[in-house]
Design a protein around this ligand. Sequence first.
Ligand SMILES: Nc1ncnc2c1ncn2[C@@H]1O[C@H](COP(=O)(O)OP(=O)(O)OP(=O)(O)O)[C@@H](O)[C@H]1O
Ligand SMILES: [Mg+2]
Length: 334
Amino acid sequence: MNSCNIFGIGNALMDIQSFVPEKLLKKLSIPKGIMHIIEENTSREILNEIVSYKTISLPGGSCANTMSTIACLGGKPAYTGIVGDDFYGRLYESKIVARGVKSLIRFKDIGLTGSSIILTTEDAERTMNTHLGVCRELSKDDIDFDVLSHSKILYTTGYQWDTRSQKETIEFVMKSAKELGLIIGFDIADPFCIERNVKDFNRIITNYVDILFGNMDEAKILTGKSDPVEAGKQIRKMGVDIVVVKEGSKGSYIFYEDVIKKIDIYTPEKVLDSTGCGDVYSGGFIYGYCEKYPLEICAKIASYVASEIISVPGVQLESLDFDKIKDFINNKII
Ligand SMILES: Nc1ncnc2c1ncn2[C@@H]1O[C@H](COP(=O)(O)OP(=O)(O)OP(=O)(O)O)[C@@H](O)[C@H]1O
Ligand SMILES: [Mg+2]
């Protein structure tokens, strides 16, 4: 067991899936089947309405999914995120701790815990309502630099490029982590994040990032290359030691030293929902990296856990059998 401490920072968003009748959408005047960014009042209104329906709440947000995966595999992650001093904030923390993540969650009494409320109607259509809430209030005061200094890896994502305070905090933590000798892992997160912040991303990737994860859409925006191998090579030239370019069901590529390696997918039991595949992939990879496995093994572990999350709805890590997953990793991958 080589486990090392991992310090993750992300947007703490509660994933709230509620099974509701169509008439509720009409009552709330919410158009069905699309994603809405909503304000605090609307969020409160929906939360009040769904109390009488079956609801599944899970701690989400890309980085929290990654940290949770690492914990479920037996690694040692800590997670910093901001929640409100409310029911969902407390639930968020207790659920992430139950997964084995060390909580560095901060409670702020100036708004609601961020949430993504998915209203699922009888026809299985999903209507998503996202309110980012207090997670956008991250500041330098929220960072536990003592825990950071005892960590081996800092991990965060492009979703942090939102408010000025978030951006400044993350860049400051990256700089501090570099000075402390940590390895910095970064997931580009989303094509929109990089499109809006290409200049910033170029700078932080060049200055700080050691392990980069991106899917093909994101890698293309960063490099202008539409071929995964060319894009990966280009990112390596930016000074990134380890680059991972993901291509969904076509698998992924890893790039390090002078190695370029295609990593195949594992066939999922059933293809139900690929939400969070990338987050779980990062978790598997970072876990393997901490265990000091060769990078190709890290990517295979990543690919395997990502394939497992596809057979459950959302990022329900609780529904996966991690004893079985660890057996497979130990006997078939390593
Ligand atoms: N249908 C699938 N079957 C098996 N494995 C898959 C499938 N889809 C994705 N994966 C695995 O998950 C990895 C990451 O998926 P993907 O390329 O969709 O990342 P992403 O776009 O970052 O995902 P996300 O939407 O979570 O951000 C893939 O490289 C692959 O290993
Ligand atoms: Mg992704």
